[in-house]
Ligand binder design. Structure first.
Ligand code: CU
Length: 507
């Protein structure tokens, strides 16, 4: 084992959420004398938590030899708990936010990139001025101030840039981070916490011989040939023989993962994008599309001391999914087994009633297709910065059913043609329920290679829509009016225009 490997594994032990703090300098608001050239229109009173978040070019020693040029978020806590931000050692990823539900948050975003950018809080229910819509992107050298109350349930959310046409390359260079919300209900459940609560951000990257990132996407998106977890290659966890919570997050631009333990041990899923499920769900494997999160509860005491267990990506019919490869390893330490039991149910799961949908008899349907000029489209349209079509206007407070129908270039073209692709569809500003899926029989093969890994229970902000598939979702447009986007989260599809506005109008 190399010295580098030893130090990395030592660092990983401090990666638990109760771990050390880097890059946090509390109570510096008095000396934060930078200029906010743009602010949200409705600046509220004193925030509970105030953070400075900078996006800028940098380097990272990822491999031996030449450091890799990256772009990264760095942060500092100006007000509130010093452990609001946690930076993963040696990682290119941005700091992990840890915020309590109900907190009033202010983030000063400073763009020190050589191009325009803006930050989107993925999965969070925030005013449209705080959502990071591409129209709000600020130029190099400018700032943007976010003021919002953290209203969502405890869960695994994240943040990343959202400037139109440049989201793919900016995320690929390293701009992304987790945003963890905690609340008293979840804390009362005694789930694994501290060093047993581990973020696992899965990404793929390709490098040239001089250790520099290669960004060369196809119509299918950008696929890297090397696997990363939390910004590190060859990821290994040293685990005690006790229960852990793994927050699996797909931070890749385009790759869809089919994740399993390599000895066939089933996965116990406890949460999705919008927090805990009503009760755990057992899966032989889980399907994780870009932007999706799945929380897994695992008792490493079930394996013998000294054993290594790998999480692997299983082959599937997803683009680039032809081979099996390792995601990360867990090395079981020789420690006494600590008995652990998973709760049978999780309380306080908010319900949404489909019978209350205002459009139950006239569904709002969005067809996903490859259109004229080889462009990915939604209902035959591509992104237009502020334009909203009539079928993209909803009323604040309404409960609606939305339907995404993935038609490719028509039925039966198959993924081999490249014209029919899976599209993970993300709706900004809310969490939805998945009501039902229908699949065209001519597209069953690809569907069947992934379907048993779908976790359709619980709350979601991103849903995978396979070729030939129609998915129906249930959602409510609560609290805020304004302009939001919905789009494919294969970032290259989004950058090519597979994104549209929807407008929430005052009731
Ligand atoms: Cu897509």
């Amino acid at each position: 084992m190399s010295e580098n490997m030893i130090s990395r594994r030592k660092f990983l032990r401090t990666l638990g959420l109760g771990g050390i703090l880097l890059g946090s300098y509390p109570y510096l608001s008095a000396c934060s004398a930078f200029l906010d050239r743009r602010t949200t229109p409705e600046v509220v009173g004193d925030p509970d938590v105030e953070v400075r978040l900078i996006a800028r070019p940098g380097t990272q020693q990822i491999f031996s030899g030449t450091p890799t040029n990256i772009w990264r978020f760095t942060g500092e806590v100006l007000k509130g708990p010093a452990d609001t931000l946690f930076s993963i050692p040696e990682s290119y990823l941005g700091p992990i936010f840890r915020v309590k539900s109900g907190a009033q948050l202010r983030v000063h975003f400073e763009n020190e990139l050589p191009e325009k950018s803006i930050v989107h809080w993925h999965g969070l229910h925030v005013p449209d001025t705080a959502d990071g819509h591409p129209r709000l992107a600020v130029e190099s050298g400018e700032s943007y101030v976010y003021d919002f109350k953290v209203m969502d349930r405890a869960g695994t959310y994240w943040y990343h840039p959202h400037p139109h046409g440049r989201t793919g390359p900016q995320v690929y260079r390293g701009l992304a981070g987790l945003f963890l919300i905690q609340d008293d209900q979840e804390a009362a459940l005694s789930l694994p916490s501290g060093d047993q609560d581990l973020p696992m951000v899965i990404q793929d990257r390709t490098f040239d011989q001089d250790n520099q990132l290669i960004y060369d996407p196809s119509m299918m998106g950008m696929f890297g040939d090397q696997n990363f977890v939390n910004g590190l290659p060859d990821y290994t966890l040293d685990v005690d023989r006790r229960a852990y919570r793994l927050r699996l997050m797909n931070g890749s631009n385009a790759r869809i993962y089919k994740l399993a333990w390599d000895d066939g041990t089933p996965l116990q899923v406890i949460g999705t994008e919008g927090g805990l499920l009503e009760k755990p769900v057992i899966k032989d494997y889980v399907t994780l599309a870009p932007a999706q999160r799945i929380d897994v509860w695992v008792d490493f005491g079930g394996w013998e001391a000294g054993k290594w267990i790998n999480m692997v990506n299983l082959p599937s019919a997803a683009p680039g999914g032809g081979r099996e490869f390792k995601i990360f390893s867990a090395a079981i330490k020789d420690t006494p087994r600590k008995e652990a039991s998973l709760p049978e149910t999780f309380p306080l799961h908010e319900k949404l009633d489909a019978s209350q949908a205002v459009n139950a008899n006239a569904l709002r349907s969005f067809v996903l297709s490859m259109g004229m000029g080889m462009r990915w489209m939604i209902n035959g349209r591509v992104f237009d910065m502020t334009n909203v079509a009539n079928d993209e206007k909803v009323r604040q407070g309404d409960i609606e059913v939305w339907e995404f129908a993935n038609r490719g270039m028509g039925m039966g073209m198959g993924m081999g043609m490249g014209m029919a692709q899976p599209h993970p569809m993300h709706i900004h500003g809310l969490q939805f329920k998945i009501l039902e899926r229908q699949i065209d029989p001519s597209e069953l093969d690809a569907y069947n290679s992934l379907k048993n890994g779908f976790v359709d229970q619980g709350w979601h902000d991103t849903v995978l829509v396979m070729p030939g598939e129609t998915v129906r979702l249930l959602m409510q447009f609560k609290d805020f009016s304004g302009l939001y986007v919905y789009h494919c989260h294969i970032l290259e599809h989004e950058d090519m225009g597979m994104m549209r506005n929807f407008q929430v109008k005052n009731a």
